[in-house]
Write a protein that binds this ligand. Structure first.
Ligand SMILES: O=C(O)CCC(=O)C(=O)O
Ligand SMILES: [Fe+2]
Length: 194
């Protein structure tokens, strides 16, 4: 039986599968994705100042529709075999079929992602987002937009985190920097983009 944790948070629906993939599977996937992906580092504007994103990314999708987030428009490439394999495994526990996957590569503890909600209108109302983690463990933070509620979750190698229901409407999340000397982490977020 697969382990599953369901943190009981107000206005959120979150499922966490700590060992969705075995360590062996996770290490193999991680290596393949790391070397076969054309990673890019885009510029973003923060308070009018141009900066490089503090991580590398890549976007894959079933169609060629562009995807805009944080003022950055990305044009997807076709899904490679390895991502289709992972997508299929994830869709056995998700309620939706995903059309796109955003990859994030956090090279070390200095790479990060700031507070945001995945609430772009292309994702529709109450989007389901499935997030797979490979490599170094990082702490994922959630905070309620209106209530005084916060939650932290360690995202382990081979784990799957599903956020659905009203989660994006009521909560923000981030992946903060850490001072720990750690290696890279690859994150895959599967989305349904209309
Ligand atoms: O790296 C993570 O776990 C978070 C990624 C994320 O929030 C996103 O891609 O929208
Ligand atoms: Fe996100």
């Amino acid at each position: 039986m697969m382990n599953i944790e369901t943190p009981n948070l107000p206005d959120a629906e979150i499922l966490y599968f700590p060992d969705f993939f075995s360590e062996t599977e996770a290490d193999l996937y991680s290596e393949r994705i790391l070397k076969d992906t054309a990673w890019r580092q885009d510029k973003i504007k923060i308070f009018g100042k141009e900066m490089l994103q503090p991580r590398l990314t890549a976007l894959f999708a079933e169609n060629t529709k562009s995807y805009t987030y944080s003022g950055l428009t990305m044009h997807p490439e076709a899904f490679p075999e390895v991502l289709l394999e992972i997508k299929q495994a994830v869709e056995k526990v998700s309620e939706v079929r995903f059309t796109a996957c955003l990859l994030n590569l956090y090279r070390n503890g200095r790479d990060s992602m700031g507070w945001h909600a995945d609430d772009e209108k292309e994702l529709g109302r109450n989007p389901e987002i499935a997030s797979v983690s490979f490599g170094a463990e990082r702490i994922f933070h959630l905070k309620h937009k209106k209530k005084n509620a916060r939650f932290k979750l360690k995202l382990e190698n081979g784990s799957l985190l599903i956020m659905k229901g009203s989660t994006q409407h009521f909560w923000k999340h981030q992946l903060p920097k850490t001072k720990m000397e750690i290696g890279h982490r690859i994150n895959l977020t599967f989305r349904k983009i209309d």
